[in-house]
Design a protein around this ligand. Structure first.
Ligand code: TEU
Ligand code: CA
Length: 582
């Protein structure tokens, strides 16, 4: 059977629209700004763009709270702008993937306004409403102890005065969860998919799609964290009882009738059987998922993300990569490969060293790793120039994400005068806040990095490093991070049977500084060696692997192959090397 598919070998580029490019000077990126950069993306080697939500939204969670699925938020543009974008993409053989957020809507969506209007509303059952519980002393309590995801301190249930009931709102009170048990809700979601597919989009990234089926008894979660009133209820809503049925229904009713790709965002779940149920080729659910293992590498297991920055080394990284690469190859699933998205800090800052001395090497190392792993490759805006995190000198007022705002507020309530606790909180935010990926793209050394007009104010502050880290300067430099990405993407495509579809095996597994593996097809075998440390290393992990030629190092131009040599490798700090085997 022919296993080749456009969505397996295509390079997907994620756009966070607010921060991409502003064309009308209101300080927000917009759809015309994306259209303007289609050729730039084509030249980089991108085949598909995925845009984070641009639908009508009050923006409580930056568009992940949708108030109208069939229209575009005016700050991003109009439906006509989207048609124009699709046609510019099609002209170049490219495609558009939309972000589908259907676990919840905005609290300003008409469905919710109707649902909350009265207990007798025909849409009452479209959301998850429950009566209060009462403590022995008569205090009103939410239906269970589940915690809100973007905030941690609050309940996942929001009290509604008018109808005197709670509704479930797993993320924030502005994002009420839809009741997928109701078949009218599911039919309405299917209509949303059809609306966009008929308009010419080629698939969906499905936001927290594994949370749509909840255990209907809504039991309390086990609470292990001392001093916390609420606990994560994920056991009762992540990959819940009817998830696979609902996904298969979407496939049967809608997706099977179009040539589309789907990628499910699936937090919390690590169980391999559950993963394969979603992505197994014969299952007719989703093409692939975003597994959280790699981006959770610096989270303390079982604790919430801002608790601290958990140390890790190359062995941890190899174990994660190995597990997912092997699982998908052995079980007929399909991987997504990514290090960044709009919910994560920048990868040069997280996995390597983002100082002026090492940033470019770190970015190239991550590029070499990602472009040589099996699966569909996702590049996040700005990753191709090695953009870094928000500087540590910025104060908390520069953070605009609801999660960061909630967290910082909580810290100040809990430890008002504890400078040590507060500075630790600021440190972890600088390492992990979602804001790190959301600052404007650095296009040039013009004011505001060319993201918006010099006379306007960008919605988020621009990183001062834009004078040196920007697209324009990298485009004219053959040794830039951008040039390295461009050439690596081309190389991956030229050897897709190895790098996209081929087999995978770790070598020198126990080395805690070097990540190294083999990739091969029936015709050729490559070896990838990545120094995940700021030290010089003499590496002799090749053992019986015979390298015919070292064809590239992240320290050199792609086009200058190195002199053949055998024996130990001298790896410089953060150096990555690619060799072809005998
Ligand atoms: O994220 C879901 C999710 O659970 C995490 O990525 C979460 O944002 C992170 O752990 C918090 O630190 C998706 C979207 O990608 C995110 O932007 C939305 O806020 C969320 O769903 C709600 O729609
Ligand atoms: Ca704008």
């Amino acid at each position: 059977v022919d296993k080749h598919r456009w969505w397996k070998e295509g390079v997907i580029y994620q756009i966070y629209p607010a921060s991409f490019l502003d064309t009308n000077g209101d300080g927000w990126g917009d759809v015309p700004g994306i259209t303007k950069k289609v050729q730039y993306l084509k030249d980089l080697g991108v085949d598909v763009i995925w845009i984070s939500p641009i639908y009508k939204s009050p923006q409580a969670d930056m568009g992940y709270d949708i108030s109208d699925y069939n229209d575009i938020d005016p700050r991003y543009g109009t439906l006509t702008d989207v048609d124009e974008l699709i046609s510019e993409l099609k002209k170049r053989g490219m495609r558009l993937v939309m972000d589908l957020v259907v676990n919840h809507t905005s609290n300003e969506h008409n469905w919710f306004l109707e649902s909350r209007s009265s207990k007798a509303s025909p849409k009452r059952d479209w959301y998850i409403w429950k009566p209060a519980r009462y403590s022995p002393s008569g205090e009103r309590l939410p239906p269970n102890n589940w915690a809100q995801i973007l905030g941690e301190v609050n309940s996942a249930w929001t009290w509604d005065e008018t109808t005197q009931e709670y509704y479930l709102s797993l993320f924030t009170p502005e994002q009420p969860d839809l009741n997928w048990e109701n078949s009218d809700v599911r039919a309405a979601v299917h209509d949303v998919l059809r609306f966009w597919l008929d308009r010419g989009v080629s698939g969906f990234r499905m936001d927290v799609i594994n949370l749509i089926s909840k255990v209907q008894s809504f039991p309390d979660a086990e609470n292990n964290v001392q001093g916390h009133k609420y606990a994560s209820g994920d056991k009762f809503f992540a990959n819940g009882p009817r998830l696979h049925e609902f996904l298969q229904e979407i496939h049967r009713e809608v997706l099977s009738k179009y040539d589309v790709m789907t990628v499910g965002e699936t937090p919390f779940v690590r169980d391999e059987e559950e993963i394969i149920k979603v992505v197994g080729a014969e299952r007719r659910e989703l093409n692939m998922i975003f597994a959280f293992d790699l981006v959770d590498i610096d989270n303390v297991p079982g604790d919430f993300k801002f608790a601290s920055v958990h140390p890790w080394n190359a062995v941890d990284l190899k174990n994660i990569i190995n597990r997912l690469q092997r699982l998908m190859l052995e079980r007929d699933g399909w991987n997504s490969v990514f290090c960044e998205n709009h919910d994560q800090p920048r990868s040069v800052s997280r996995y390597t060293d983002d100082s002026d001395q090492w940033r470019e090497y770190g970015a190239k190392l991550l590029c070499l790793m990602q472009t040589t792993l099996a699966g569909t490759l996702f590049v996040y805006q700005g990753e191709e120039i090695g953009m870094r995190n928000i500087p540590s000198s910025w104060g908390p007022e520069e953070y605009k994400d609801i999660e960061s705002i909630n967290y910082w507020k909580k810290c100040n309530q809990m430890y008002p005068n504890d400078q040590e606790k507060l500075s630790h909180a600021r440190y972890v935010m600088q390492r992990k806040a979602r804001d790190n990926a959301r600052i404007p793209i650095q296009w040039s050394s013009q004011p505001y990095s060319g993201f918006t007009k010099p006379s306007s104010t960008p919605w988020m502050r621009v990183n001062e490093d834009y004078k040196t880290v920007n697209v324009e300067s990298q485009l004219s430099n053959p040794k830039s991070v951008h040039a390295y990405w461009q050439k690596s993407l081309q190389f991956r495509k030229n050897h897709k049977d190895v790098f996209v579809y081929g087999d995978f095996k770790l070598i020198d597994e126990k080395n805690n500084k070097v990540v190294s593996y083999l990739r091969w097809s029936a015709e050729e075998t490559y070896v990838v060696v990545l120094n995940y440390s700021g030290e010089e290393i003499v590496w002799d992990g090749l053992r019986n692997v015979k390298v015919k030629e070292w064809i590239g190092s992240t320290y050199e131009d792609w086009d200058s192959p190195m002199k053949p040599f055998h024996g130990s490798l001298q790896l410089r700090p953060w150096e990555g090397m690619l060799g072809i085997c005998e």
